[in-house]
Write a protein that binds this ligand. Structure first.
Ligand code: URA
Length: 245
């Protein structure tokens, strides 16, 4: 019983933090009215030509995010790199090409999901995002999530997983498990850029993606399509995703 109460308090706390991130500081009192959900266009307008943090000085283009506005699956990465900064679109460089293959390995096209990042502007020399940059940008990502209302989020890499789950735990510990995020499932996995440097880890990402695919089949009724067996074919001494290369 004590455990259950603690669990409810922890859930409530994380929901209140989520609301705080959305800029809601008082508890909404329901008067039978529908909750106002912002549209993605409204969120984008609010972000505007953002100059709220220092990254605006060095970025070329703000990368808001793109994809299906009603996506069931949302992909959240770290932040734009060189190519994303040039094109103004998320995951269009080498890591992005791998992400497309990873999605295809569970028979999803990029256009079916929504892709965004923890921060919307490229840090100089692709350095890690700094805490003040994440803190400034994160509320807008929360608003995007609120607008899209995905049922499941795949967090790519350390920064996405740690920020969304409010933890310092390592991605090696976090990956491959489901977490609750105010009623939305989150499953963290390795970042595709990390996979480019460590291809022997592709097998784990493949296992994680299969879990997402199964969850979508079981909970959302997405028709079961066999995951692409070629994607984890054994290559040389370690398993490398055939279609994820
Ligand atoms: N890496 C990310 O985390 N996001 C992108 O959009 C591109 C590369």
């Amino acid at each position: 019983m004590k455990g259950l109460v603690q669990e409810i308090i922890a859930d409530l706390k994380s929901y209140l933090e989520y609301l705080k991130g959305l800029g809601i500081v008082g508890l909404p009192v329901s008067e039978g009215k529908e909750e106002m959900v912002p549209s993605l266009e409204e969120v984008q307008k609010e972000v505007g030509d953002c100059r709220r943090c220092k990254l605006h000085r060095t970025r070329r283009t703000l990368v808001f995010g793109e994809g299906n506005k009603k996506a069931i699956l949302m992909i959240i990465g770290e932040g734009p790199g060189y190519e994303e900064d040039v094109q103004g679109r998320p995951f269009v460089g080498k890591a992005g090409q791998l992400l497309t293959k990873i999605l295809q390995s569970i028979h999803l096209q990029r256009e079916e999901v929504y892709i965004a990042n923890i921060i919307k502007c490229r840090p100089p020399q692709n350095r890690n995002p700094e805490p003040d940059e994440i803190q400034t940008c994160y509320p807008f990502l929360l608003r995007q999530i609120h607008a899209i209302q995905p049922q499941i989020i795949c967090a790519l890499g350390t920064f996405a997983a740690q920020t969304l789950l409010k933890t310092d735990a390592k991605i090696t510990t976090l990956r491959g498990k489901f977490y609750d995020f105010s009623g939305i499932k989150i499953l963290p996995t390795y970042h595709p850029a990390y996979l480019l440097r460590n291809p022997e880890r592709k097998r784990e990402v493949w296992e994680d993606m299969k879990q997402i695919s199964k969850w979508m089949t079981d909970h959302v009724g997405i028709p079961a399509r066999p995951a692409d067996e070629d994607s984890h074919r054994e290559k040389a001494s370690h398993p490398v995703g055939e279609n994820m290369r």
